[in-house]
Structure formats: C-alpha cells, structure tokens
Design a protein around this ligand. Structure first.
Ligand SMILES: *Cc1c(COP(=O)(O)O)cnc(C)c1O
Length: 371
C-alpha cells in the first residue's frame, strides 16, 4: 500500500517551511564562533535568572498546568491586560495555528500582506485555508483599501505583523481599527513589540475580533524554549484554552518565562542596547553606496542591494549572503517580486556589526558587478 494515497489532499504538494541550519552545525563547519544574524534571535541570550530557575525547578516529573494560571497572572502584570484575555502557547507560532484552527473551515480565506512572515502561508495551508495575498505598498505600509476590496464571504482572518518581519515597519492604530471594522478576526502579531514600543494590546478588551500575539523569543532571548502568548477577547481566549493541547507550554518554558518577567530591568537594558545598535548598523550600512537599508522598529534591518551580480544565475543578495557565510557571518537573503535583492540582517552585538561591516566593505567588487 502507499500511505500517500491517504494523505489529506493538498498537504503532500505543500512546500514546507524553509528552515535555517542549527547553530551547532554552522559552528562545527566554520570551526569558530559564528556571527549568527539570520534568525532575529537575541545576541545577549536570556536572563541569567533563567539558568538559575531551570536548575532549581523541582517538578520536571509533573505535567504542566493546562490552565497556565501562574503564567497568565504574571503576564497580566506585564501587559496590563487582565489574565482572562491571555492564552500561552508553544511559541507564538502555535497561537497562529490555534487561531486559524479555531476559525477556518476548508477553503476559508486568510488575508496576509506580503512581504511578511513565512509562518502565515504555512499555518494557513496546514489548516486547510486559502491564503489571499494583499501586497504592501511601496513603503511596505499595508494597503487597507486593497484588503477591504479583497474581502469575501469566506474571509475569516486578517494577519498583520507589527513591526513586520522582514520589513521592520509598524501598522497604525487607525489602520487596525479600519480592519477591525470589517468584522473579520484581526490578528496583530507583535513579536517585536519590545523593540518598537508601540502596541495595540490595550484595544483588545474593547473589541470582539482583535487578537494581539507576543513572544518571549526575541526580546527575552527564549527562542529555543518556545513560549509566546495571545491577548484575546475573553470569548476567544476561552475557546483557544479549550482547543489547545492541554500541555502545550512545558514546565521549563513556563519557569523561564516567569524568571524573565522577574528580571525586566536586565532584559530591558539588553533591548535598549539592541535598539542603539540597530541605529548604528543602519548608519553603517548607509555608508556603502551599494546598500540601501530600510528604517526598522524591530531587531533586524532589511537592506536592499543595488548592484549587478557577477553571477548570472544568482541575485546579488544571494551572492553577498553566500560570501558572508564563507566568513561565518549568517544573514538571510530575499529575492522575490515583492522583495527584490534584499538582505535581512538581525541586530547583533557591536562586535558582530563590526565583523559584518568589515566583510561588506571587502566586497567592493559587488558594486562593480565583477569578481
Ligand atoms: C519570530 C516571529 C514569530 C515567532 O515567534 P515564536 O514565539 O518564536 O513562535 C512570530 N511572528 C513573527 C512576525 C516573527 O518574526
């Protein structure tokens, strides 16, 4: 027999998420510490209190609390939104999946505004939904009028990242209010909130269809432990609590999140360092005439490359990305109609910026289009 014949239609042909290689593999290959600027991770790692909390945690042999009571209470204090609105997940990725599972029937539509986060098409496909792309404007602002025109009776969810990955810009409150007025479920993904300091979380309790997603992956340096949360209307929060896997947040992730929330001064100081470094990185990139970085409210910078490639088969962005990788400096490149010839560079420590800039300055050949 061939099990593929039993697979849900559509899934076998699916593309899958383009993952990046594990740090151990990269380090072993390079034979040295790598400069990892491809995952928007925190270069200062997590709070030292996390290591203490994990070392001392006494109940690894006991299942986690499905009601997430302690964590939701701590997040009430952190977010200023009461705990009945909060649902925690195995990363905010899980909340994207849960929200879509809650609302989508097969063929229902999800609006996404590319260029944006790759998990939106991924989760939509897995949930049997239909992705409707409404491209952003030239300055990467979302096009609210075009979103309104794209609405059909099948449209259930509108997904907007703010700040957006990989473009770094935010949505305005006005824009989100217009989207909320469409009566569809509006998800504002604030994975980079702590770097932008603008949030729509306080609007959630006044609206029945607005969800804000957050994560500990970026600002708190817990990407590997998988912990995120949603701030939802209470009715939606109750439903998400009901359909989520009971033990979706493991006890290590919970302990780490609590320890992080108990060390805010330390973590906020690191966020401030990253923001300052982001501005220095922007200024440095601007000094090279073949690079055009875009302003960013997040912990990464999108940078257009304006030059010819020395290789007909590869975009200059890809060539630059590969040459950087040869020097153990890892960034992401994009080459799509909406995002032509761009690098996304996560903000690292000052020495990471220095290493990156030295490598880029050594590539003056790129601007001439010859090796
Ligand atoms: C990184 C990122 C996430 C993923 O967060 P996790 O909590 O690690 O799953 C969600 N949304 C956007 C836009 C991101 O860039």
């Amino acid at each position: 027999m061939d099990a593929r014949g039993l697979v849900r239609p559509g899934l076998e042909a699916m593309q899958g998420y383009a993952a990046i290689e594990p740090i151990e593999v990269l380090e072993q290959r390079a034979g040295k510490r790598v400069v990892k600027l491809d995952g928007n991770e925190n270069p200062y790692a997590c709070s030292p209190k996390v290591y203490g909390a994990l070392a001392e945690y006494p109940y690894y042999h006991i299942y986690p609390d499905p009601a997430q009571a302690v964590l939701r209470q701590a997040l009430e204090e952190y977010t200023g939104v009461s705990r009945e609105h909060i649902v925690c997940g195995n990363g905010s990725d899980e909340l994207i999946d849960l929200v879509l599972r809650l609302f989508l029937r097969r063929g229902d539509e999800v609006i996404s505004c590319p260029p944006t986060f790759g998990m939106y098409p991924f989760c939509t496909e897995i949930c049997g939904g239909r992705l409707v792309n409404v491209p952003r404007e030239g300055d990467f602002a979302i096009d609210v009028a075009a979103i309104e025109r794209a609405l059909t009776t099948q449209t259930k969810v509108i997904l907007i990242a703010s700040p957006n990955n990989p473009t770094g810009n935010t949505v305005s409150e006005q824009q989100v209010k217009q989207l909320v007025d469409t009566g569809r479920i509006v998800v504002v993904d604030e994975a980079y909130f702590e770097f932008s300091n603008t949030t729509l979380a306080t609007l959630v309790p006044q609206h029945a269809n607005l969800i804000v997603l957050r994560t500990f992956s970026k600002w708190a340096g817990l990407a590997g432990l998988r912990i995120g949360y949603g701030i939802c209307p209470i009715e939606i929060a109750n439903l998400l609590m009901k359909i989520k896997p009971p033990y979706n947040v493991n006890v290590a992730a919970e302990a780490a999140a609590l320890a992080s929330l108990a060390d805010l001064d330390y973590l906020r100081a690191n966020v401030a360092k990253i923001i300052a470094e982001r501005e220095r990185l922007l200024r440095s990139l601007k000094e090279l005439e073949w690079l055009a970085p875009h302003p960013s409210q997040a912990n990464f910078v999108l940078c257009s490359i304006s030059c010819a490639s020395d290789n007909r088969d590869e975009s200059p962005a890809r060539v630059v990305c590969n040459r950087l990788a040869q020097e153990a400096i890892f960034v992401r490149y994009y080459h799509s109609p909406r995002l032509e010839n761009c690098l996304r560079i996560s903000v690292g420590r000052p020495e990471d910026t220095d290493a990156l800039m030295a490598a880029l300055r050594g590539m003056s050949w790129v601007s001439r289009g010859v090796t």
